[in-house]
Ligand binder design. Structure first.
Ligand code: ZN
Length: 151
């Protein structure tokens, strides 16, 4: 447990966990999605305001472990200003990185999430917000659950 804490709760993760960015409801969101990770109890709702294919604003609310919150917070910083296609490409790259553990330099500060790969239950925590992002962009109205992410 101690090793896990040391490895996962790096400075960036701790910072985003304690002070999540864009942590609020969005009144004029154009799409949103719920995410739920029953294994850990993480729940969140992600809001997007998409205009002409570009994500103008992102925010989230919810409760969960440090990893799920930090990953959601990092997500909001990463995808704002991107097109929805770019955001889905980032989703794929993050998913690849978190499941393989190979840091992807093109992902900037998101590389702090690569270490999560060693802890399968934490992968679901880290991916929760990203699944919600993909669901919101694809316009799914059903709740996403990380159980779909089994591999
Ligand atoms: Zn969690």
């Amino acid at each position: 447990m101690f090793d896990e804490v040391q490895e996962l709760y790096q400075e960036t993760i701790l910072d985003h966990c304690k002070n999540p960015r864009h942590f609020m409801e969005m009144k004029d969101a154009t799409c949103s999605a719920h995410g739920h990770n029953p294994l850990c109890g993480d729940q969140l709702k992600l809001f997007l305001r998409v205009d002409e294919g570009i994500i103008r604003e992102v925010s989230f609310v919810g409760s969960g472990c440090c990893i799920s919150k930090a990953s959601a917070s990092l997500l909001t910083e990463t995808v704002v200003g991107k097109t929805t296609e770019e955001a889905l490409r980032i989703f794929d790259a993050v998913h690849r990185m978190i499941t393989t553990g190979k840091p992807d330099p093109s992902l900037g500060k998101l590389v702090v999430l690569a270490g999560v790969s060693k802890y399968p239950t934490r992968v679901k925590c880290a991916m929760l917000a990203w699944h919600a992002l993909a669901a919101a962009i694809k316009g799914q109205t059903t709740q996403v659950t990380t159980e779909l992410d089994e591999r």
